[in-house]
Design a protein around this ligand. Sequence first.
Ligand code: ADP
Ligand code: DP6
Ligand code: CO
Length: 377
Amino acid sequence: MTVPPPPPKITVVVPKSAAIHSATVSAPTNIACIKYWGKANTHYNTPINSSLSVSLDQCDLRAVTTASASSSFDRDRLWLNGSEVLDVSTSKRFRACVDGVRALATDKIDPNTNQVLVSKADWEGMHVHIASYNTFPTAAGLASSAAGYAALVAALVQLFGAKESYPGEFTAIARQGSGSACRSLYGGFVAWRAGGAKADWSDSIAEQVADESHWPEIRAVILVVSDAKKETSSTDGMSTSVNTSELLAFRAKEVVPKRMQIIEKAIKAKDFDAFGKVTMMDSNQFHATCLDTYPPIFYMNDVSRSVVQMIHKYNEWAGEIRAAYTFDAGPNAVLYTLDKHVVELLALVLKYYPAKSNDFVEEYVSSESLAKEALAF
Ligand code: ADP
Ligand code: DP6
Ligand code: CO
């Protein structure tokens, strides 16, 4: 009788939980009144001048981002507006945000049992999947990169339970995704302090100048002149400007510091006249630096310029600044006004751009007693 060989020793490997952890967050776009244009340090993505913007929190101009992490994911992936962005895991911007937030992760605790569900070390071993949608045109000069990277950082913060080691650290991480994104992490009026006194640029952070309840009368009207993707990305455009425009260097050193003081004072005092004037002047100077860039960059088009003329005529007619325009790196106009002038301003827009009006705006304007004819110019 032959003795059967001993059965093989079986080791059962229990795979680590394949659970998927996720968080969904949205962040608004922001439109700068004092523009960021030009990098002081491309590695840290820091600016040559401070800037200030309004977060368009109550508009439907947002990025909605879901961040998921699981030990079952084999690589980091990102989907933008439903299409996968390839090779994202090696993108410097993406890595700065994911690794930057994950470094601040905390243990995930079960509130009932107090047990650690996911430790900080577990997070380190997981890949992430990110899905993001913009509710407005991407790369068309309405600051999609601001909303997008702010939403990415905010979603990762929630997913990893991240905690800042100094105030503004999350904004310093978002800034490495896209500079303007650091300002979208806060509502209201937000300044991005250029920084540079610290070697690691940890002082290049955003801070709130006034919160969203400070000046409730202020309104933004967005005129989408074109939703097409722009030819020159902000990153490429500002790099050529830094290398070729003398006006840009002058602006960053001599002009913007004064304008930051003027606009912060105007916001605190709710002085729309001063706020509007400096906003329009800064938009104009930013676009002048684009023209001074070699080869020149044209973000505004004929329709954009006609909006500028319309607003100046309107303000002349009114004898005061009732509306202010600003244009980011694209042809689309953002108009700031006060609620008492919104109907008047919309009536004016409808009069000059009737083909592009929509029913909602038509109804809104005609429901008010103010007749369009009142604006006789
Ligand atoms: P914009 O004026 O719209 O900010 P930019 O040239 O600054 O234009 O940036 C556009 C780029 O920002 C896009 O091509 C994309 O790489 C990135 N981006 C836009 N939206 C998102 C988003 N929701 N999530 C991640 N990245 C985004
Ligand atoms: C004209 O923040 O999009 O909108 O840091 O290279 O991603 P990167 O650039 P980005 O530039 C914004 C330029 C601007 C002005 C502003 O938002 O301040
Ligand atoms: Co951008």
